[in-house]
Design a protein around this ligand. Structure first.
Ligand code: GUN
Ligand code: ZN
Length: 435
């Protein structure tokens, strides 16, 4: 039997557990070797220990001096908002009206959708993100364009058609029935086809009728291994609007709960204005929170409370929320997550931030063992990080005295320039151009 065996030498880091709750959270090999066979991890460990296991003549790619780690996972991002990133507005609701809805209208055109999907995916790969949970638009063809582009690159991506049948412009409105029919057809076509996975995607409670949420919940029950993604408790004006629209609900998240949408593989964006009962309910249903610091600071939405979320045991991960978010880079997302935590009186070690962007996200998505780590058999989505990518990084990282200090400098100072290469299923899908 012939197999495709590849080996990569460099400093190796991946996670085994959440550093906030375990003393043995990670596996670190300063001089490490990563062995990849047919797109899957075969082994990860010390170079000295593993080199003898390589068949004679195996090519070893030398990334000495650089870090190899699992590709980043961004658990909440909007591909149709790529071209409107960094649009000025005084808050979420006017920003949606002024910029978001007109941009999303253009995705009626499949050629436009394909063009943006290509750019979007290449930008993610430049930033070292190999998996994302992606909102498309209300148009089913926007989903086809997205998965066609991610399939071409061999990426594990989660995406879905936005469901939205009220409180939005006519040109973006579906109906409860058409949205459910289109969603089901897309699930049947794309879910688990190659590396593609489907997310049932009601935009947020204010833009769905009760009937649409009910049908979304029914689909979530009928297809229990699909994902659910939506927004919750992002902004105070939005929360007040939800109280008006759903006067019988105990809270914003209770609206989703009452339609059966709290379950494993449900990803809730933002989760800022939650109460204790909301957090408890999320934890007991294994619903996950996607923390979006660059977006929350940009739109002035609020500060995520890491301490309360941890006290309740909510599944956590980091996300960019582009175009509300201001960077595609998970390193820049960590930079702002760190500062959000500081403003709330908590402290986020760098190790924890890298955990949240890899294994933490995979666990939140019930994909541990598939992505997010170098466990044997996991898919070989990994990145090569260059601690000397910029003159400043070079000076700072050459003076770091610990792994924590090295990762911290990368998180605070790094961005797409720090990603020397990106691999998906063992294949190189990005290499940084050097001048
Ligand atoms: N709430 C509903 N839609 C959106 C969106 O597109 N972006 C953000 N940040 N919040 C939302
Ligand atoms: Zn969003």
């Amino acid at each position: 039997m012939t197999t495709n065996l590849q080996a990569y030498r460099g400093s190796l880091l991946h996670f085994l557990a959440d550093p906030a709750f375990s003393d043995q959270s990670h596996d670190w090999h300063e001089d490490g070797l990563l062995i990849v066979e047919d797109g899957k991890i075969q082994a990860a460990g010390d170079y000295a220990a593993l080199r003898a296991s390589l068949p004679p003549g195996t090519l070893v790619h030398d990334y000495s001096g650089k870090l190899l780690m699992p590709g980043f996972i961004d658990t909440h991002i909007h591909y149709p908002q790529t071209d409107m990133i960094a649009s000025p507005s005084e808050g979420l609701l006017p920003w949606l009206e002024t910029y978001t809805f007109p941009s999303e209208r253009q995705f009626e055109d499949s050629a436009h959708a394909a063009n943006v999907a290509d750019f979007f995916l290449d930008e993610l790969l430049r930033c070292g993100t190999t998996t994302a949970m992606v909102y498309c638009t209300v148009h089913p063809q926007s989903v086809d364009a997205f998965f066609t582009a991610s399939e071409q690159r061999g990426l594990r991506m989660v995406a879905g058609k936005v469901m939205m049948d009220r409180n939005c412009p006519d040109f973006l409105r579906d109906t409860a029935e058409t949205s459910a029919r289109d969603t089901e057809a897309l699930i049947r076509h794309w879910h688990k086809r190659g590396r593609s996975l489907y997310a049932i995607t009601p935009r947020f409670a204010p833009t769905s009728t009760e009937r649409q949420l009910q049908l979304a919940g029914e689909l979530a029950a009928a297809y229990p291994d699909t994902f659910i993604q939506t927004h919750v408790s992002e902004n105070e004006a939005e929360c007040a609007w939800v109280r008006e629209l759903f006067p019988n609900a105990r809270s914003y998240i209770d609206v989703y709960d009452s339609y059966g949408m709290l379950r494993p593989r449900a990803m809730y964006g933002h989760c800022i204005w939650l109460d204790e009962q909301d957090r408890r309910r999320m934890a007991e249903t294994q619903s996950a929170a996607a923390i979006c610091p660059t977006s929350n600071l940009f739109l002035g939405s609020g500060l995520f409370d890491f301490e309360r979320a941890d006290d309740a045991g909510v599944l956590l991960s980091l996300a960019t929320d582009v175009g509300g978010g201001t960077s595609f880079s998970m390193l820049q997302t960590m930079n702002e997550a760190y500062k959000v935590a500081r403003l709330k009186g908590s402290y986020l070690p760098a190790l924890r931030m890298f955990y949240l962007a890899t294994l933490g996200a995979a666990r939140s998505m019930q994909l541990e063992g598939t992505i997010g780590s170098f466990a044997p058999g996991a898919e070989a989505d990994f990145i090569v990080i260059d601690p000397q990518a910029t003159p400043l990084l070079q000076r700072r990282t050459s003076r770091s005295n610990s792994l924590e200090e090295l990762l911290f400098a990368l998180a605070l100072l790094g961005d797409d320039r720090a990603i020397a290469a990106t691999y998906a299923a063992g294949r190189q899908v990005h290499v940084r151009e050097t001048t």
